[in-house]
Design a binder for this molecule. Structure first.
Ligand code: ZN
Ligand code: ZN
Length: 229
């Protein structure tokens, strides 16, 4: 039986997704299919924001997160490292914690050295807490966090499409960066609605696939495409 622990690290969660969904993903899904599902559930999460339905937002963004992990596995990207490189307890743009982008109207990404910073979070919970410090939820509305998530999702999709279209190594480098940005916005929304991500993942994924309860998952492509949440 595969499960996600409340104390999971990001890498352990990524490995869980590989264990449960790696095989059906390889057999049944192109990267484009995975991306469509990641987007589809994220949009349902945003619908939850519009309808003020916290449960809908929570469930669908957790599912979108698992599709992101499937894409990371397909590309062999260790997202935990990428997140830390991009956000070393600092905003990836202004290079300060808490972020000062709004007050300072920062136009250009600041360069900073991650090696000097020794505060690297261990668990997914620690990473979520880090993002709460960098981007305090009280400084923006939930809707604002949701719009930012949609923006980053679009940029991630653009990164994947560009690489897949032209197959250039230089374009590949954009994918992990955009994935880290999407992750930060995901944490942003979860912090705004006060959801403890790893605790909720441990409930959703207490026993293999959250739908068929098998590992590897045996949900058919059709069942997934008609799945209501
Ligand atoms: Zn900033
Ligand atoms: Zn399943």
């Amino acid at each position: 039986m595969a499960s996600v622990k409340p104390t999971t690290t990001i890498l352990e969660y990524q490995n869980f997704v590989q264990q449960v969904y790696g095989l059906p993903n390889m057999r049944n899904y192109s990267v484009g299919n995975l991306l469509t599902n990641m987007e589809r559930f994220a949009m349902r999460g945003l619908k939850g924001i519009r309808k003020k339905d916290r449960e809908k937002t929570k469930t669908n963004l957790l599912i979108s997160f698992s599709w992101l992990m499937s894409i990371m596995n397909q590309f062999h990207i260790n997202i935990e490292d990428e997140i830390w490189n991009r956000f070393p307890y600092l905003c990836s743009y202004c290079g300060i914690c808490p972020c000062t982008c709004k007050e300072k109207k920062v136009k250009k990404r600041e360069l900073f050295n991650t090696k000097k910073n020794t505060l690297k979070p261990k668990t997914l919970t620690d990473f979520q807490a880090m993002f709460k410090r960098i981007y305090p939820p009280e400084t923006r509305s939930l809707e604002h966090a949701g719009i930012h998530l949609a923006e980053e999702l679009g940029e991630f999709a653009e990164g994947v499409l560009t690489f897949r279209g032209e197959h250039k190594e230089t374009d590949f480098g954009r994918i992990p960066k955009e994935a880290a940005d999407y992750f930060s916005c995901l944490m942003g929304v979860f912090n705004s609605i006060d959801v403890a991500v790893s605790k909720e993942l441990s409930i959703l994924f207490s026993n293999n696939c959250h739908v068929c309860k098998n590992a590897p998952c045996t949900c058919s492509f059709e069942l997934v495409s008609r799945f209501k949440s």
